[in-house]
Design a protein around this ligand. Structure first.
Ligand code: MGD
Ligand code: MGD
Ligand code: MO
Length: 800
């Protein structure tokens, strides 16, 4: 797929004709012009499936089709006509496959048969489902301690699959549940639970219709939550202020043209989205929020009625400490660390003060930071000062990623389960669940490296590519006795495997899930706590696929059920004959799921209770808690800069292009940022280029500055002069994951800080472009990894 590489800045609004063109290209790529189009019309419909794209709710689940470019690409990628067969796999050794790019691996299509790694031939060969389950059961039952097994989850798994999975794993004996949430919105939960008693957002779409101000921190909805743009457009049109905070100017936050708006499409004119756009310094959000609060407190101290005293009095504790802390913070520090002028901050603060209601949205630009929990708590403080929680048009809105990541957590996929959940599992299922907390993503990698994690099973996702410190993670997986991936397509995690390995193909959301009593639907929970049913309508990609609930149930049956050690009193195979039986069990464990089957049969589903939304505070004090934090001045980036005056230490943010879904690469373009036909680019401020003496278009190697003496580098990125604050860089993930040290985590939540890596740049030895785009993809990463055991010669290492 040789494609012209160019940088050509994008001037049109987000959406528009570009979006339509891109969808038709995606359908063509997957060889599905007609069927795909029909499939798209069923996305997010009451009798259709939940879009596997993102967790943004849909306006009216029971109404018309809502066009979404990247949702369409996600569906097309799953509904592809391409197939990865045993015959295809017979042509390649796994060593050969490991040299292919991530793009190539997934591009081969849907896996048709369960496959097992054969050491003698170094190939994946077919295996029967029964033999696959027996192999897993044998390994699991041979472990002296169940805590030597690790069970990963990616946030696409349905509530039914996730519930069975956590039940099986806890009955087997461990809480080792690393999940994608650990790399995503973990800090949002960690911050909000002690503060307001729930770890989720409190707003609904209705609040977006009512609010007077929306602040968007560290989120790129034009690419990652395109349907959110429809909501923002409506808000902007009725005069709601929208203020965006982002080091980069993201097109979708500037202007949007709805492809379904025929009149606007004819003129090509979009609707301006943000009324204010602030290119703050990376990591500068806490300082901005503190500045806003400082202004509010100054006005209040000057006699103006700014704070919501009734709310503060009745519902909160800790106000005095917060006010004193805010008063004591210096404007100079706020300005230096935010990178914004004081006049800008005052301007924003005035708008916040005037707004009768406000919503604060945030994404990965906030969570993947060394002080993410503190920043989120400060945003909540800011909301609470004006009573902006638990009333119409107001509240926090962490915008979730994977389409059911929130539901998976609700179902108990959590390495730190609350005691109440475990008690309930004990009472309902008659076994004593383990109480000891399990591994999250980073501690799971460490456990595997240290030989304490021996069996790794993944319900979806791409652990090898999504996690930090790629080469360490790869060693960790290779250290396992058995690695298993329940999956739709082949990815990096299948070719970086344990001594034994299984690749188990499952049904996707779009496909008919036929069980003993007939076709089944599954349920999911979106970013705003709406639970609804999802029913596939395409024939399965292959007759050999099993559903995720069926795979989990049969694994449980083989390991602890009647076919295995028979410890379990649960009849696993009966449960999956009819998923409403699983939902009955979910209802028995979670009170908020009362009448689950009945409520979920209503088109559009139901809203899960959210106590903070009702101003009921499930915290220790039974009140909402103000929690003060200083402006951070001692992050790894600060430390690296303090130590290396002679070098320009940049802060690198790893982000998503417009043509990828996490580690799944759909194509090589990042349309809204003007990047075409390539992914190995690094965005840099023009003045920084001058200071380095480098030129736009030159090739550089990126080196991490860290404190453990270990070398981390990612080679050959093309410099792209870009509108980004001085001292900051942005490049795509997963290519940049080798640069993120395992120890680069936020302390409370353990999230890898992949938006804030201190790095330096060095010109690459070779300055010519590679011949084909695929070459510049992740094949490079793979090759580097093969060489990673050998120390890299002659490259600069800086430590802090
Ligand atoms: N098409 C598509 N949709 C997706 C995904 C996908 O990969 N593709 N992924 C899904 C998943 S799992 C998730 S979690 C979400 C992710 O959706 P987002 O949260 O939008 O994630 P990112 O693309 O990583 O973008 C983060 C944004 O933060 C900005 N940023 C970086 N550092 C800072 C900072 O210090 N402060 C501020 N204020 N901003 C900063 C970046 O410039 C970027 O605009 O999307 C979901 N939806
Ligand atoms: N540097 C850096 N690292 C990051 C991030 C970042 O911004 N920067 N973002 C982080 C975030 S927010 C997240 S959520 C994680 C994502 O981490 P993961 O969730 O582990 O990764 P994905 O790329 O979403 O997983 C894609 C794979 O899921 C499988 N799959 C797709 N559909 C299905 C299905 O229906 N069932 C099953 N069983 N499998 C399926 C396919 O094989 C596909 O290859 O990455 C994190 N890593
Ligand atoms: Mo995510």
């Amino acid at each position: 797929m040789a494609q012209q590489q160019k940088i050509h800045f994008y001037k049109s609004p987000a959406g528009g004709w570009g979006a339509l063109k891109s969808v038709s290209q995606a359908l063509m790529r997957q060889d599905i012009p007609l069927k795909g189009a029909k499939t798209l019309l069923s996305a997010n419909q009451p009798d259709g499936f939940d879009c596997p794209g993102c967790a943004w709710p849909d306006r009216n689940h029971a109404s018309t089709f809502e066009f979404c470019e990247n949702g369409a690409k996600a569906v097309a990628s799953e509904a592809t006509a391409r197939r990865l067969t045993p015959e295809f796999l017979a042509q390649y050794t796994v060593t050969e496959l490991a040299q292919k790019s991530d793009f190539w691996l997934e591009d081969q299509g849907r896996i048709t048969h369960p496959m097992v790694y054969d050491q003698d031939s170094d190939k994946y060969v077919p295996i029967s489902w029964d033999d696959a389950f027996d192999l897993m059961a044998r390994h699991l039952n041979a472990l002296p301690d169940p805590n030597e097994a690790i069970f990963y989850t990616s946030g696409r798994a349905s509530n039914e699959a996730a519930f069975l999975y956590q039940l099986f794993v806890r009955e087997y004996g461990t809480n080792n549940f690393p999940d994608c949430s650990n790399m995503c919105h973990e800090p949002s939960g960690s911050a909000m639970r002690p503060q307001v008693g729930v770890g989720k957002g409190t707003v609904t779409l209705h609040d977006f219709e009512l609010t007077e101000l929306i602040m968007i921190f560290g989120q790129n909805p034009g690419t990652n939550h395109p349907r959110m743009l429809g909501e923002l457009r409506e808000a902007a049109k009725r005069g709601c202020k929208i203020i965006s905070f982002n080091p980069l100017r993201e097109r979708g936050l500037e202007k949007f043209l709805d492809p379904q708006d025929k009149v606007a499409m004819a003129t090509g004119r979009g609707t301006p989205i943000s009324s204010g756009y602030y290119q703050l310094k990376p990591g500068g959000d806490l300082a901005v929020v503190k500045g806003i609060m400082k202004y509010l407190v100054e006005r209040e101290d000057a006699g103006e009625a700014v704070l919501d005293h009734a709310f503060i009095q009745e519902h909160t504790v800790g106000i005095d400490v917060l006010l004193d802390d805010v008063r004591a913070e210096s404007w100079d520090l706020i300005v230096t660390e935010s990178g914004l002028a004081k006049t800008d901050i005052l301007d924003i603060a005035k708008q916040y003060k005037e707004a009768k209601s406000a919503i604060v949205c945030w994404g990965m630009g906030i969570t993947q930071q060394p002080h993410s929990v503190a920043t989120i708590q400060m945003m909540l403080n800011m909301l609470m000062l004006r009573g902006n929680i638990g009333r119409d048009g107001a509240g926090p809105c962490p915008v979730r990623g994977h389409s059911n990541v929130q539901g998976d957590r609700t179902m108990g996929i959590w390495e730190k389960p609350p005691a109440a959940l475990l008690d309930k599992l004990r009472d309902v299922f008659g076994f004593e669940p383990p109480r000891e907390h399990g591994y999250d993503v980073v501690s799971a990698i460490r456990a595997m490296l240290e030989g304490k994690g021996k069996v790794f099973i993944a319900l979806g996702g791409n652990f090898a590519a999504a996690t930090p410190d790629s080469y360490e993670t790869w060693k960790a997986l290779q250290n396992c006795d058995l690695t298993v991936h329940i999956t739709t397509k082949m990815n990096r995690s299948h070719v970086v495997h344990g001594k034994e390995a299984l690749m188990l193909p499952c049904l996707g959301r779009t496909e008919i899930d036929m069980q003993a009593t007939g076709p089944q639907g599954v349920t999911v929970e979106d970013s705003m706590s709406m639970v609804h049913i999802s029913t596939g309508m395409n024939p399965p990609a292959s007759e050999h696929l099993l559903s995720e609930p069926a795979i989990v149930a049969r694994l449980a049956h083989a390991t602890i059920g009647q076919r295995g050690r028979n410890r379990s009193t649960t009849d696993w195979l009966w449960l999956i004959e009819d998923y409403s039986r699983i939902r009955d069990k979910i209802e028995a464990v979670f009170v908020d799921f009362k009448d689950f089957n009945q409520r979920v049969s209503v088109p559009g589903g139901f809203h899960l209770r959210n106590t903070a939304r009702e101003r009921v505070w499930a915290t220790v004090s039974k009140k909402a808690q103000f929690i003060a934090h200083p402006v951070p001045v001692d992050t790894p980036v600060h430390r690296a800069r303090a130590k290396h005056h002679d070098q320009i230490v940049f802060v690198l943010s790893s982000t998503r292009s417009h043509d990828q879904y996490n580690t799944t690469i759909y194509g090589m373009d990042d349309r809204y940022r003007g990047v075409w036909g390539q992914r190995r680019v690094v965005f840099i401020n023009r003045e920084d280029l001058k200071a380095l003496g480098f030129k736009d278009g030159q090739w550089v190697d990126i080196h991490t500055v860290w404190d453990d003496g270990q070398q981390r580098r990612a080679d050959r990125f093309k410099l792209v002069a870009y509108n980004t604050p001085r001292g900051s860089l942005a490049a795509y993930y997963p290519e940049t994951n080798p640069l993120v040290p395992l120890s680069a985590t936020e302390k409370t939540s353990g999230i890898p800080t992949s938006k804030a890596i201190p790095v330096i740049l060095a010109l690459s030895a070779r300055q010519e472009a590679d011949e084909s785009t695929e070459e510049i993809g992740d094949a490079l990463l793979a090759r580097q990894a093969l060489a990673a055991q050998a120390p890299v010669q002659g490259s600069p290492t800086l430590t802090v």
